[in-house]
Design a protein around this ligand. Structure first.
Ligand code: 7RM
Length: 638
């Protein structure tokens, strides 16, 4: 297999102490789930609270699978009320840290209180079961409170990431026909104020479905309030009752919509259904993060993304965990903010993204080294393939070679983690996401849907239903069928490339449209990028295919250097030689460009589509998800 050497960087067993205490201790869990898929998930569902038990675990109305049919359940009840008649009542549910350094802790009881009050506020504004509520907030406690309040009364929330523009917000409000918008005066990001209310006002110039706007006071600057439409959160909460029974929902009722960008300009409204979603996120949180009552768990994602929905809010709270939530940027006020937070709260489980780790590598080891990180016992990653060398750095510098790393593969659409190690039993290979979670059947197939031989790259598909799977695309079931179920008969098409090695380990290769074809050889962008990142000077790299007269496609590489290295012709030669050596001559980049930043989505994924378009002189299309315009300019000028 090309690039084998860069993908085999040793094997890592869980430390014996970790193994002994782990929730999942035995491989038999895989057979158990395989033997009886429905029984496996029913057992998990049984650990949660149901107003009425389901009649059938799974209804296979392909591709509209439905879980726990006939059951009555409430997600907010399972995240809150379920813990109140246990000792967890006075346990910290959310430890929140603001960017300026303020902080606040909510026990389960306090969180329940706030959520119930806000649920009553929503009711008083005329919000009913099935109505949509758009939430456009910074990472402040009011965000999970608003979500859980919606879930409590059966309103469908649609969280729009606070970094999105007024236009993106408007499109999402209009598609969902939301009745109420919840926002804030502003939010803090890198010491500056993000003008959320101003963006909201702009969005609402053409969003006729909105009747009311609830505004949280966060930054305190002056914002105009439109008479009759706009109301302050704190005013509404003042007199609200804290008694609000959770609404028994059908298991198959929608819990939320989350928009995710597709290949066309129009974002897709991914719909998640109550029962299956809460069961799926509950069990994966417990098993993948080995989540125990003593843990201080921190997922650094923004709640505006699925990672925050599933693994800050619903999954961990359904487990009664203590969750750390941070409002701001990792480099504010300095490069060690994350490590300061880990030390301050004694974080035991840290779940972050490869893009963040690559930034830490660029900033240098001295920043984490300033802090006591010895509380950490488990690390996780999500969002992109992790380069083996980045994995090793994370393992050594952050985990002090004693924390397993769970590289978790999943999507907005899958709702829950699908490919992942189980930290107490899996022997890890850096850069591999290990194998499907118990009960998940994943395969790598060619374009005709036939399984490819071990070691070969192909399309990743999922061949069995799982509880947190999307129910449909909002108001567009046809697109749902076309997008996910029409490429390979009977299978969910992920859009990701992957290969399975001879030991059955899955290696994710990036999105299928990122594949490069050099003289008939299919290369995942990931392979060339990992080769570049294994060079001592490179912090981060992105490669794209460019038209080439002879080879069909050639390779252009964009490289971000670590702070102590400078671009030079010698370095360029050296990098080309290095890639030749680790993968082979076929993968030698034709061009190497040095940049300060790569164009990324706001959730940190490299936007190769844009780089490719610039390189080939095409229209760059929809850039609403782009984090920083400046990065495009840089790529353009190279
Ligand atoms: C959770 C999330 C989904 C896409 C997915 C992949 C990529 C996510 C990994 C990964 C390799 C991983 N949802 N992806 N996790 N690739 N290894 N561990 O990110 O909807 O925003 O993105 O992200 O391409 O299809 S998402």
């Amino acid at each position: 297999m090309p690039g084998e050497e860069i993908f085999e960087k040793g094997r890592f067993e869980p430390p014996s102490e970790f193994k002994e205490k782990a929730i999942v201790k035995s491989e038999s869990i895989y057979e158990e789930a395989e033997r009886d898929l429905e029984g496996f998930w029913a057992k998990a569902a049984d650990e949660l609270h149901w107003f009425k038990k389901w009649d059938r675990v799974l209804e296979r109305n392909h591709p509209f699978y439905r879980w726990f049919v006939g059951g009555k359940i409430n997600a907010s009840y399972n995240c809150l009320d379920r813990h109140l008649d246990t000792w967890r009542k006075n346990k910290a549910a959310i430890i929140w840290e603001g960017e300026p350094g303020d902080s606040k802790t909510y026990t389960y009881q306090q969180l329940h209180h706030e959520v119930s009050k806000f649920a009553n506020v929503l009711k008083s504004l005329g919000v009913k079961k099935g109505d949509r509520v758009t939430i456009y907030l910074p990472m402040i406690p009011e965000l999970p409170i608003a979500m859980l309040a919606c879930a409590r009364i059966g309103a469908i929330h649609s969280v729009v990431f606070g970094g999105f523009s007024a236009q993106a917000l408007q499109d999402r409000i209009n598609d969902a026909e939301a009745k109420v918008l919840i926002t804030a005066d502003g939010g803090y990001r890198r010491g500056k104020i993000v003008p959320l209310k101003k963006n909201s006002d702009e969005a609402l110039e053409n969003a006729p479905s909105i009747e009311h706007v609830v505004v949280v006071k966060r930054t305190g600057e002056d914002v105009p309030m439109k008479e009759g439409r706009d109301l302050w959160w704190h005013d509404l909460m003042k007199n609200a009752s804290h008694v609000c029974e959770a609404e028994p929902m059908d298991s198959t009722d929608p819990l939320f919509i989350l928009y995710t960008s597709g290949t066309t300009g129009k974002p897709k409204g991914v719909v998640h259904l109550t029962g299956g979603y809460i069961v799926g996120t509950y069990l994966t949180s417990k098993y993948v993060f080995d989540l125990k009552d003593e843990d201080i768990y921190w997922c650094t994602a923004d709640i505006g993304w699925i990672t925050g929905h599933s693994y800050i809010v619903y999954g961990p709270l359904a487990n009664g965990a203590t969750v750390v939530m941070y409002e701001g940027a990792p480099d504010y006020p300095q490069y060690d903010r994350f490590w300061e937070i880990v030390e301050k709260y004694g974080v035991t489980i840290l779940y972050t993204a490869p893009t963040a780790i690559r930034a830490f590598i660029k900033w240098g080891e001295e920043w984490p080294k300033k802090h006591d990180l010895s509380s950490l016992r488990l690390l996780g990653t999500v969002g992109e393939p992790i380069n083996p060398d980045v994995w090793l750095w994370y393992y050594r510098v952050i985990g002090n070679e004693k924390c397993p790393i769970v590289d978790t593969w999943w999507q907005t659409e899958t709702g829950m983690i699908l490919i992942t190690p189980l930290p107490g039993i899996s022997v890890l290979k850096p850069g591999s996401a290990y194998r499907p979670f118990p009960g998940i059947k994943a395969e790598v197939v060619d374009d005709d849907g036939n399984p490819v031989p071990r070691g070969q790259a192909g399309n990743l598909v999922i061949k069995s239903p799982w509880p947190a799977m999307l129910g449909t695309l909002y108001k567009d079931p046809e697109r749902y069928k076309r997008q996910y179920w029409s490429q390979v008969e009977g299978a969910y098409f992920t859009g990701d490339g992957a290969r399975i090695d001879e030991d059955g380990y899955f290696w994710l290769l990036g999105r299928i449209d990122d594949v490069i074809n050099v003289s008939g050889h299919r290369l995942g962008t990931m392979e060339v990028e990992s080769a570049l990142v294994s060079h001592e000077a490179v912090a981060e790299a992105a490669v794209v295919g460019i038209p080439h007269e002879i080879k069909g496609q050639g390779i252009a590489a964009y490289v971000v250097l670590k702070e102590e290295f400078k671009p030079s012709d010698d370095l360029t030669k050296d990098l080309k030689m290095h890639v030749r050596k680790v993968i082979g001559p076929i993968a030698t980049p034709d061009e190497i460009h040095y940049v300060d930043k790569l164009p990324k989505t706001r959730s940190g994924k490299i936007m190769r589509r844009i780089m490719r378009a610039i390189k080939t002189g095409k229209d760059i299309g929809d850039v609403s998800t782009l984090e920083e315009e400046a990065a495009i300019k840089e790529v353009r000028e190279k």
